[in-house]
Design a protein around this ligand. Structure first.
Ligand code: SAM
Length: 123
């Protein structure tokens, strides 16, 4: 299978200028652990997770996401094989990869949960 066959397409995103509290509210409201951060053209510029929110609280850096988001985002394309996504998650010790097009626009997200569902479905 390919990434586009298993990715979650309706993914919530946020902007770098919002507060950490705002991002935390989006994470809770949309029930996603990973929130891609996009610019005005909806291009991916970072990712923020529940883990990053905890870190921001611990360090009292809650004014904007720019300081706490991860900017070097590991991504995949929709036509990449699922095997590649699995290898990247393992290699970088992360649990989600934004799926982007050639313009860095976010098309979806592939998570460890998507992969366990794929395994549960069987061959
Ligand atoms: N295993 C947990 C997880 O997957 O979220 C926590 C460890 S992971 C090293 C936590 C860090 O990875 C966070 O700072 C988060 O921003 C970052 N991260 C999550 N997904 C990422 C991705 N696709 N590319 C780059 N960094 C990512």
């Amino acid at each position: 299978p390919l990434v586009k066959d298993i990715m979650v397409k309706k993914v919530a995103t946020t902007r770098a200028g919002v507060s950490v509290d705002d991002a935390a509210r989006t994470i809770i409201k949309d029930r996603f652990n990973h929130l891609p951060v996009v610019d005005d053209e909806k291009r991916l510029i970072g990712i923020i997770t529940a883990w990053d929110v905890s870190k921001a609280v611990a360090l009292s850096k809650r004014d904007s996401l720019d300081m706490v988001m991860t900017k070097n985002v590991v991504t995949v394309g929709p036509d990449d094989p699922v095997d590649l996504a699995v290898r990247l998650l393992e290699k970088h010790n992360i649990s989600a990869l934004p799926v982007i097009d050639h313009d860095r626009k976010v098309l979806g997200i592939v998570t460890a949960e998507c992969l366990s569902k794929l395994l549960a479905r069987g061959p």
